[in-house]
Design a protein around this ligand. Sequence first.
Ligand SMILES: [Zn+2]
Length: 334
Amino acid sequence: MGEFRKPRIVRGRGVLGDIVEPGKDALVCTVPEAWEIVSGQVPGWKPAVHEIGSMELSDLERIEKQLPACDIVYGIGGGRAIDTAKFVAWKRGCEYVSFPTIISVDAFITDAVGVRKDGNVTYVGSVWPGILAVDYGVIQKAPKRFNRAGCGDLLSIHTAMFDWRLAARAGRAGYDEAIAGRAQECLRKIIEAAAEIKNVSDRGIDALVDCCCDEVEFCVQLGGARPEEGSEHLFAYNYELITGRKVLHCELVGVGIYAMSVVQNNAPEEIARIMDACGLAFRPGDNDITFDEVRETLKTLNTYIIKSESFYSILNEVEISGAMIESIIKGLKA
Ligand SMILES: [Zn+2]
């Protein structure tokens, strides 16, 4: 992680017109569905347009060399379009504008350039957006479920903070009171905005974007993700390992938040109520995850954290029992 550089955030409807600088040679990395919605915002603007494809590092290296020269790169779309733009900007050392059309993943505000190596996600560089465009009308065109998912990596503060404090008490992690306070404040703001997030209203989008910015900032200051990454993420990583499946990250993390709050004995009913209020599809059946997969993930979780040498969490102190698993399944069905 580099030093945090807060982007200029431009909000509204039809915001592309407010940020395009006609004198600059622009390259847009996008997908056809996103470009179709956004391109009409600036009549007469003719940037070079790259329809993104493979995220494999070797492919991206080759593609970047073939793309036209530019002064500025726009990432317009979901996580892959933005990561492709980041990759080009990082390679070329040029400016980059982040224009998410969906906010289910936080790639739009983080600096890490996410690519794939033999199919696995890896991070190859760091580049901060100069401008973050938040176009409510464009974001609201995406299915609500995907934007609502944006709260998963923020609500994870509930279980992650528990694990961080636990690790600090066990002498297994440093602790920062001021940053812990900021994380709790972030969580409070998301809970307060739950109904707006469920509706994907302008205010709901603002809450997600602003809290994501805060979270990235304090994690960079801390030099680690402990305030938002705890055992709920270990659950998600183990799920991906044993099923070999990729599902929407934040919904998977949502299952993990509920399951680990039970293991932590950390207000599971309350956090379930909050996730329902935000419209986060954390219940199997509403997402692409099955109850059998959840059972299997939980059964193997204590072994997973030892094998993978994971950071210290509740899973180092509590063995997940069969009764616990059935209680989690029951709660997920409620
Ligand atoms: Zn996450």
